[in-house]
Design a protein. Structure first.
Ligand SMILES: [Zn+2]
Length: 174
């Protein structure tokens, strides 16, 4: 459910946060397809970073296996640049609201000065804009691989987008 900040603690110099262009979204979706499968098998979160490689192409840091409610990505080798964090929300659990990013997810990205992408058990893909402090669904249920046990509706009606303030209210209401 949360992504712990690592870049900020070691003083990594961030660049401009990445925008979710069609190119970026396509690359992120492919990477999440692998991470979702691992998350459903193991029932834990997986995380990593979207990177700008030294040759300017997009790349990814090594996928890291986290826990039930958190994951700390490894920093990449020097030369590549952090563009955005990525993490899954594990497998479906009827007791745990996991279909949207948390306030902690937003705050962690803000501290690292990267944007973020979050994949949910239902197969939603969210974008965290850590400057605007807003989360937006890039695509809805089933657009990424979905946990076969997923039951829609547990988290109530989920809007297309929330500000950080709205998300605080949503989390309090659940
Ligand atoms: Zn999260």
């Amino acid at each position: 459910m949360l992504l712990l900040c690592v870049g900020c603690t070691v003083g990594q110099v961030p660049t401009d946060p990445v925008r979710p262009t069609p190119n970026v979204v396509a690359a992120v979706k492919m990477r999440f397809a692998e991470m979702q499968a691992l998350s459903f098998e193991t029932d834990v979160e997986y995380c990593g970073y979207l990177l700008r490689m030294p040759d300017e192409s997009l790349g990814f840091s090594q996928m890291v296996r986290g826990g039930h409610d958190g994951c700390t990505p490894e920093l990449p080798n020097p030369g590549s640049t952090l563009l955005a964090s990525m993490h899954t929300h594990g497998s479906y659990d009827p007791e745990v609201p996991a279909e949207f990013p948390t306030v902690i997810d937003i705050d962690s990205d803000k501290r690292e000065r990267v944007n973020g992408f979050v994949a949910t058990p239902g197969g939603r893909l969210w974008f965290i804009d850590s400057r605007a402090l807003r989360i937006t669904q890039l695509c809805g249920v089933n657009c990424l691989p979905q946990d076969p046990f997923f039951q829609p509706g547990d988290d109530g009606v989920i809007a297309q987008s929330y500000t950080r303030a709205e998300l605080i209210k949503l989390e309090r209401g659940l």
